[in-house]
Design a protein around this ligand. Structure first.
Ligand SMILES: CC(C)(COP(=O)(O)OP(=O)(O)OC[C@H]1O[C@@H](n2cnc3c(N)ncnc32)[C@H](O)[C@@H]1OP(=O)(O)O)[C@@H](O)C(=O)NCCC(=O)NCCS
Length: 275
């Protein structure tokens, strides 16, 4: 249900070529994410049912002071009848008392309306997408492969500065679903990038310069012929500059909807599942 609703949404509202067929790896990662968040955040996990049919799902997570909506989806044939609002309201119960609450929204105008009406201000995002000319990737980036066992602390330290909360248990979920970790350390400056099936999952650093090097390294890792970097909001100019230097076209894309924030959120490219 969720995958079909997301495909229909992408075809109707998102730029770029049609979403590729889901690979077994993507299906497995999606299932793992749902089971993981049901375990860590049962009070943020809701489904809508119509008889014996599942028609909607919402998953939110609370990490310390931070609340994040991981998933909201309603079956295509029953959208725009209030199910999304009911699911979002239920998920938002765990946002009570949170110092930060934010959502990464798709380009579906129904989603943007729902979130804006719930007090989340939309920040327009761009996506950089296209064929990467590998000859433009700078050399000597100083980025190396990280290990989930050894670099979890680095990732959590950096991401806490940026968004006000660590990934905590979500690191184990990313490791278990085969996501790769890149790290960079330069004196006191540190940063990470999570690479998922050759695409940028999330990226954060203590300086924009280090974040740029990590983004270049992640682009160079891309397995697919075309690369996509989402959530290039106005506060991620460092990443927009990399996209321009890489000659990747910028197209209007999904946005970041924010109610309250704890950290600067930059230089940071969040991940759709865990923020
Ligand atoms: C986004 C989504 C979860 C919302 O669920 P829903 O059940 O359709 O939402 P609701 O019916 O509660 O609310 C939709 C609102 O948009 C309005 N709306 C309907 N069609 C619209 C359109 N084409 N443009 C703008 N607004 C529209 C509805 O009138 C309603 O507003 P109202 O309650 O003030 O009248 C659902 O549409 C969906 O699954 N979309 C595809 C997947 C997706 O993009 N998910 C978002 C992940 S961030």
């Amino acid at each position: 249900m969720n995958a079909a609703a997301m495909r229909a949404m992408a075809a109707a509202y998102e730029a770029g070529p049609p979403a590729p067929e889901r690979t077994p790896e993507m299906v497995e990662r999606g299932r793992y994410r749902i089971a993981h968040l049901q375990r860590t955040d049962p009070d943020g996990a809701w489904v809508a049912v119509d008889g014996d049919r599942y028609v909607g799902v919402a998953l939110s997570l609370r990490r310390g002071q931070m609340w994040f909506l991981s998933l909201l989806s309603v079956a295509t044939d029953v959208q725009a009848r209030g199910i999304g609002k009911t699911l979002l309201d239920a998920s938002l119960r765990t946002a009570e008392g949170a110092g930060a609450a934010w959502i990464l929204a798709t380009a579906d105008p129904k989603a943007l309306r729902r979130y804006a009406l719930a007090g989340f201000a939309p920040h327009a995002g761009y996506s950089a997408m296209g064929q990467l000319d590998r000859s433009v990737v700078p050399a000597n980036l100083g980025v190396r492969d990280g290990a989930w066992s050894g670099h979890g602390e680095l990732v959590d330290d950096v991401v806490t500065r940026l968004r006000g909360a660590p990934y905590g248990p979500d690191l184990a979920a990313m490791a278990a679903t085969g996501q790769e970790l890149l790290v960079a350390e330069d004196g006191a400056d540190r940063g990470f990038c999570i690479v998922r099936g050759g695409a940028v999952g999330s990226l954060g650093a203590t300086t924009p310069e280090l974040a740029q090097r990590l983004l270049w390294a992640a682009l160079a890792r891309a397995e697919k012929p075309g690369v996509v970097v989402d959530w290039l909001t106005a506060d991620q100019q460092w990443a927009i500059d990399v996209a321009l230097a890489a000659r990747l076209p910028l197209v209007a894309g999904p946005s970041s909807c924010r109610r309250t924030l704890l950290g600067p959120m930059t230089p940071f490219l969040p991940g759709g599942a865990y923020g």
